[in-house]
Ligand binder design. Structure first.
Ligand code: SAH
Length: 343
């Protein structure tokens, strides 16, 4: 049986027609799923009992089970969700003054192999489906009984290595008759899968594109991020410029600061040179320590110096708040789990 949340509205209409129903029923179902946020087909009370039975025979609701919920001293909540196939993924809810942001996972595991990230040290299992990505938002909203305002694709996985499903999930989440989260409130972060950046530039979407840069020369970046060997910095920058030209939108470059690695003034200068004249913003992330990780967080003093240098030289830069590090919910600390094997 297929998860009913795998369909966009047009597809759901076609499904209803196949079941011998009128297409407008799909809009009613859509309303129950994404506005009323019900967990059971039986709760869709304006559908006939007969139709509800038909739906139950053909579709699952794929409600994720919360296996664990940890709350940080800063209010960040980390969920461990059972994705119903012996695997579990993590999703994080962050509270900002401007609203609640969910950090969603796009894959079970990750293939990219970034040396500073815990999501990737364990084997890649599979892509999450669009419905499973959407379900992370629904499950959190059902748990807190509140709507969230922003989504960042910065959990486990490389969104551009699961491009189709991520784009479909965005269109479902963004739909005005559904959860209706504005594309401007959705950010997608990539380690730099260049061909997909070109594709993304051609989508008719106003999402924010974030690029995990972390270093300004190929030698250093390849050591931190193997993806750089396939798509070196020059190619990455070319793709970013194409995106900016086509969309006239600012790119957010993520730069995780690691002590004695990429955090001195020479690095800041090189970053200014690389990004000079580009419509962009730099998001500095104090690197979070991971198990067996070789990188150590820069000192606060260096982080501030680095930010100030960028700002004084025409590149707007901010320091990302470190949320949830006490419960391993901060950038780079999320991991998939296997429910059978003890990991
Ligand atoms: N796969 C996507 C999303 C990753 S998470 C990507 O690579 O962009 C979002 C950000 O956190 C990325 O910029 C990622 O490089 C960064 N990150 C990963 N591990 C980190 C760590 N230990 N400390 C700080 N940032 C980290």
């Amino acid at each position: 049986m297929k998860n009913i949340k795998e369909y966009d509205l047009e597809e759901l209409k076609k499904q209803l027609v196949l079941l011998g129903e009128k297409p407008y029923r799909a809009e009613q179902i859509w309303n129950w799923l994404y506005r009323e946020k019900v967990k059971n087909i039986d709760d869709m009370t304006n559908l006939s009992l007969e139709l509800r039975e038909k739906l139950k025979q053909n579709y699952t609701m794929c409600n994720f089970k919360i296996l664990k919920k940890q709350i940080s001293s800063d209010g960040t909540i980390k969920y461990l969700f059972d994705v119903l196939d012996e695997n579990a993924i993590e999703t994080v809810l962050m509270q900002y003054h401007h609203g609640k942001t969910i950090c969603v996972s796009s894959q079970i595991g990750c293939k990219m192999g970034c040396k500073f990230c815990a999501s990737t040290g364990i084997n890649f299992i599979r892509n999450l489906t669009a419905g499973e990505i959407v379900e992370q938002i629904l499950a959190v909203e059902q748990d807190i009984n509140e709507s969230i305002s922003n989504i960042v694709f910065m959990g486990i996985g490389e969104p551009f290595d699961n491009y189709e499903n991520v784009m479909k999930a965005i269109r479902i989440l963004n739909h005005p008759k559904g959860i209706n989260i504005g594309a401007r409130h959705i950010s997608v972060s990539t380690s730099g899968v260049v061909p997909k950046i070109y594709e993304f530039a051609n989508e008719d979407l106003q999402c924010t594109l974030s690029i995990s840069l972390h270093a300004t020369n190929n030698e250093k970046r390849s050591k931190m991020m193997p993806v750089n060997k396939a798509y070196p910095i020059e190619e990455l920058m070319k793709a970013c410029k194409d995106y900016i030209a086509k969309n006239n939108k600012r790119i957010s470059f993520e730069y995780a600061l690691a002590k004695d690695n990429n955090d001195n003034l020479e690095d800041a200068k090189a970053l200014v040179n690389l990004l000079k004249g580009m419509l962009c913003h730099v998001n500095l992330i104090p690197i979070n320590k991971i198990e067996n990780g070789q990188y150590v967080k820069s000192s606060n003093e260096n982080i501030i110096k680095f930010r100030d240098y960028l700002n004084e030289h025409g590149i707007t830069a901010t320091i990302r708040r470190e949320l949830g590090s006490d419960i391993d919910a901060a950038c780079g600390q999320l991991r998939r789990k296997n429910l059978k094997a003890e990991e």
